[in-house]
Design a binder for this molecule. Structure first.
Ligand code: PXP
Length: 246
């Protein structure tokens, strides 16, 4: 069964828009995580950014206490955040690139260009019992690098596919890249997740990509929650994911 990890960062984005620096406020990403799990989500994802623009340190500690499924900590390979992750003990970390000016994570990791540093962090996480995923573009060089780094998972960046959704020829090219990368990764013994930009319109096409274990979806679900409620938004997404053939 294809699993759904809900990214709750944007619940914190709304809170920080009003309560930044106040140590409390609404809406609460921890309460949101509880509602997602109650609605059937298989995991909760939060990105503790170096600039703390949405999720705060207190959020990840509280999430570690209350998440009953799997906690996936998205993070840059930065010493401060690596130390927090090792103490926090999420079930899995997903290493992502971070740039200060970006609105959200934009590109995939340049895994091939940062093999020694990524391998060292991968090893430290695994030694602490934490699985590792690398967020990469559907690119053969990056998939190969992820396997050599020894990560357990990759998360294929679906942003280019999502952005080209309205242009069928380009969209299909992006889908083919995702299909090829998933096959290659599986052949190399990697488990394959996917995420970024997935929504209620483009999700059905993603069924064409084989070997997927989990999708990480944030913005579309949190946005839909404004009109139908978070539980219903999660359930609608789970419904679209049903019947995935693998
Ligand atoms: N996966 C990764 C690695 C991400 O950085 C993000 C965005 O924070 C997501 C998934 C979720 O993307 P979206 O909010 O567009 O669903």
């Amino acid at each position: 069964m294809l699993k759904l990890g809900v990214n709750i960062d944007h619940v914190a984005t709304v809170r920080e828009a009003r309560y930044r620096g106040r140590g409390q406020g609404e809406p609460d990403p921890v309460q949101a995580a509880r509602l997602c799990e109650a609605a059937g989500a298989h995991g909760i994802t939060a990105h503790l950014r170096e600039d703390r623009r949405h999720i705060q340190d207190r959020d990840v500690w509280k999430l570690r206490e209350v998440v009953r499924t799997r906690l996936n900590l998205e993070m840059a390979n930065a010493p401060e955040i690596v130390d927090i992750a090792l103490r926090l003990q999420p079930n899995i970390v997903c290493l992502v690139p971070e740039r200060r000016q970006e609105v959200t994570t934009e590109g995939g990791l340049a895994a091939a260009g940062h093999m020694p540093a990524l391998t060292a962090t991968r090893q430290r996480m695994n030694d602490a019992g934490i699985e590792v995923s690398l967020f990469i573009a559907p690119d053969a060089v990056q998939v190969e690098a992820a396997a050599r780094i020894g990560s357990q998972f990759i998360e294929l960046h679906t942003g280019a596919f999502a952005e080209r959704f309205g242009q069928p020829a380009e969209r299909d090219r992006e889908l083919e890249r995702l299909v090829a990368a998933a096959r290659q990764a599986r052949g190399l013994g990697l488990q394959v997740n996917a995420g970024h930009g997935l929504n209620y319109q483009n999700l059905p096409l993603l069924h064409q990509v084989p070997h997927l274990v989990e999708l990480n979806i944030g913005h579309s679900i949190i946005s839909r929650a404004v009109t139908v409620g978070l539980g219903a938004a999660v359930q609608e997404m789970l419904k679209l994911m049903e019947g995935y053939a693998g």
